[in-house]
Design a protein. Structure first.
Length: 381
């Protein structure tokens, strides 16, 4: 089989990606020395390409030019390409962080966009500055195969220095870290609508008057008590069941969100919830909610409707499985069977985001349906 220059001839799968290995020059395959679906060490010979004397001479060992040396410094343990006797060129398997088919004597990924491939030197600098991959996502690397070089990183940092910036607060940094950790899980969100008229009527008869978000906390806690499997967490290959229905409430604080937890929320009345929530809001505004007060919840309620938002997909905390979101109430026409006419009613969108490793859509759907039923019959709360 005659080969073109830089023609992909074999796929190599590493623990990170599948990469195509290309030919270094024209010629033909003389021999493939590996078997399909077998594992080989990094550097193993995959086969030989028969090439002309001129092409073989181009791959003789030689001192790389300055630009190549600069990039090579960021790729430790790089082996030079070799020329084998009998005009045959070894096709070596590559491994490591982002290595792939070689072009011009340098490891190049099969495909790369943005800050995908970073050298140990770049990663060390990132660790020094406490940067994450997400912080560098907008950088298009100038190295081989779009690899981000240390020069790219320093240029990026220099641009930041020329912009208005300030240190993130501890709470902002904490929220960012929690959301990054949460997003490592497969998350899903389902939603429906809920009639808020019963809640609005019921709260008029209560003193103090709980807000719709507290009705949602109570409804979620009772629904979880009825279906405790939905409150479980998957840790490794074990399903860890919570011994208490502890539900968090998202409270806006300066430059972030705090989530204090109501212990045994299924056993806490609406009146007690209202009193506790008022205290927590006051503490949150003073940023005096301690870590112990925010630990150990199984789920959280976020009433994003207070900001006028009708719909949202809030993200559960890393140590929680569920997050119930309640949107803003809105007057909508609803058909009344008794009056045979459309009548106005206050309706809100309600969402349930969940860790799909721990529960499936059916469990989540039944849980959300039960929460809606309880909200529409608030006397049960």
């Amino acid at each position: 089989m005659k080969l073109r220059n830089d023609q992909e001839i074999i796929d190599v799968e590493t623990n990170k990606a599948v990469m195509g290995v290309t030919t270094p020059c024209k010629g033909k395959i003389a021999q493939i020395t590996v078997q399909l679906k077998e594992t080989y060490p990094v550097g193993a010979v995959l086969g030989y390409v028969e090439a002309s004397e001129a092409d073989a001479a181009r791959f003789a060992k030689q001192e790389p030019p300055p630009l190549q040396r600069e990039v090579a410094e960021e790729i430790p343990a790089r082996a030079d390409q070799e020329v084998t006797p009998a005009r045959q060129k070894k096709i070596a398997a590559r491994g490591g962080d982002g290595d792939g088919a070689r072009t011009g004597g340098l490891p190049v990924p099969a495909a790369a966009k943005g800050a995908t491939f970073m050298s140990p030197r770049v990663r060390a600098r990132m660790a020094e500055l406490q940067l994450t991959n997400a912080d560098l996502a907008g950088i298009m690397g100038s190295g081989a195969g779009n690899r981000v070089t240390i020069k790219d990183l320093e240029n990026f940092l220099q641009k930041i220095e020329n912009q208005t910036a300030h240190e993130a607060s501890a709470i902002r940094a904490g929220v960012a870290d929690a959301m990054r950790r949460s997003w490592t899980r497969p998350l899903s969100t389902i939603g429906s609508s809920v009639n808020l008229e019963p809640v609005l009527q019921d709260r008029q008869s209560r003193d103090p008057k709980p807000g719709p978000g507290l009705y949602a906390v109570r409804a979620l806690a009772l629904a979880l008590a009825e279906t405790p499997g939905a409150a479980a967490k998957l840790i490794g290959n074990r399903v860890v069941q919570s011994n208490s229905i502890d539900v968090g409430i998202a409270v806006e604080a300066e430059d972030g969100i705090m989530v204090p937890v109501i212990r045994a929320a299924d056993k806490t009345s609406l009146a007690d919830l209202t009193a506790k929530y008022k205290d927590l809001v006051d503490l949150g505004r003073q940023r005096r909610i301690s870590p112990d007060m925010q630990a150990g919840g199984v789920a959280t309620v976020s009433n994003f409707g207070t900001f006028g938002m009708e719909w949202g997909t809030p993200i559960p905390l890393p140590d929680q499985t569920l997050l119930l979101g309640l949107g803003a109430g809105k007057k909508v026409p609803s058909w009344d069977e008794e009056k045979h006419a459309f009548v106005p009613r206050t309706e809100a969108q309600i969402t349930l985001s969940f860790d799909h490793r721990s529960i499936d859509g059916g469990v989540a759907g039944r849980l959300l349906k039960r929460v809606i039923e309880l909200l529409e019959t608030p006397k049960k709360l």
